[in-house]
Design a protein around this ligand. Structure first.
Ligand SMILES: [Fe+2]
Ligand SMILES: [Fe+2]
Length: 266
């Protein structure tokens, strides 16, 4: 290690002279560790949550922003959110116009379901698309709960477990897609069956089950569905907060902020 750097690390030549041999050895080790740590930080560190929303995720080879060692603030790779974002803005800039969500909502509409169920279908996998995959029904429900009727968020929560549980009476088999995705031998965890059983005996069972029935996994590439087709339903069944999603102090405001700043280090 460079002598000048070492001297500045210990606080000068006189401070070094006052140390015994052991202290000098420890100081040298610490100085070398610090030097190595700084060398490793020639990229911007990101949060472990990090979502790149489809843009290049190779953050570490990217440029440092304004000298930051750890990323904070707007991620310049993503579209900038306004100060008072609405659900539609989140669809445009974070959630994306996902065929899965749009085609599921379209099917629910064609099947003549009530508006709140169409909205439930439009939002049912919002967490997979924009937040977190694991336990997506539970996270999705939490995200939307302050802004929709309770029945909608309840249905989004329980579609996750019901999706794995067939119900012949309503003509819902175990999804073929899941055999492909998870393998023939996959058996869901006990909590899925426990929550599924609870949902089955609940007054809103069929709302959650309708999400499963209209959950489209085999997309028709010839069908183009536009989010515009659901603007009216969103306007009537979703309450955007005046302060903007993320800034209204609701129980899920921090989750919306996480989508605004998905790569903040803290
Ligand atoms: Fe789902
Ligand atoms: Fe789905």
């Amino acid at each position: 290690m460079d002598r000048r750097k070492f001297l500045s690390f210990v606080g000068g030549a006189s401070a070094l002279a006052a140390m015994n041999a052991n202290q000098k050895a420890d100081a040298l080790e610490m100085a070398m560790e610090q030097e190595l740590e700084i060398a490793n930080l020639n990229h911007v560190s990101k949060s472990p949550f990090c979502r790149a929303y489809g843009v290049d995720n190779d953050w570490e080879s990217g440029p440092r922003i304004g000298g930051q060692l750890r990323h904070m603030g707007h991620d310049p790779r993503l579209p900038k959110m306004s100060e008072k974002p609405t659900l539609l803005e989140f669809f445009d800039k974070r959630i994306g116009h996902s065929s899965h969500l749009l085609q599921s909502a379209r099917l629910a509409k064609l099947n003549g379901l009530p508006e709140k169920m169409i909205l439930a279908c439009l939002l049912h996998d919002i967490s997979v698309t924009a937040y977190i995959n694991v336990d997506h029904g539970y996270y999705g429900a939490q995200l939307v709960a302050p802004y929709v009727e309770e029945e909608i968020s309840w249905a989004i929560k329980y579609h996750q477990s019901l999706r794995f549980i067939p119900d012949e009476e309503v003509n819902y088999p175990y999804p073929e897609a899941y055999v492909r995705y998870f393998g023939e031998d996959y058996k869901p965890e006990p909590y899925i069956f426990k929550d599924g059983e609870y949902a089955r005996n609940h007054k809103w069972y069929m709302t959650a089950r309708q999400i499963c029935i209209n959950d489209v996994y085999s997309f028709d590439p010839n069908i183009q569905v536009s989010l515009d087709d659901f603007h009216d339903i969103i306007a009537r069944n979703w309450r955007d907060p005046e302060e903007g999603l993320g800034y209204d102090g609701s129980s899920s405001a921090h989750m919306w902020r996480t989508m605004i700043y998905p790569n903040n280090f803290l």
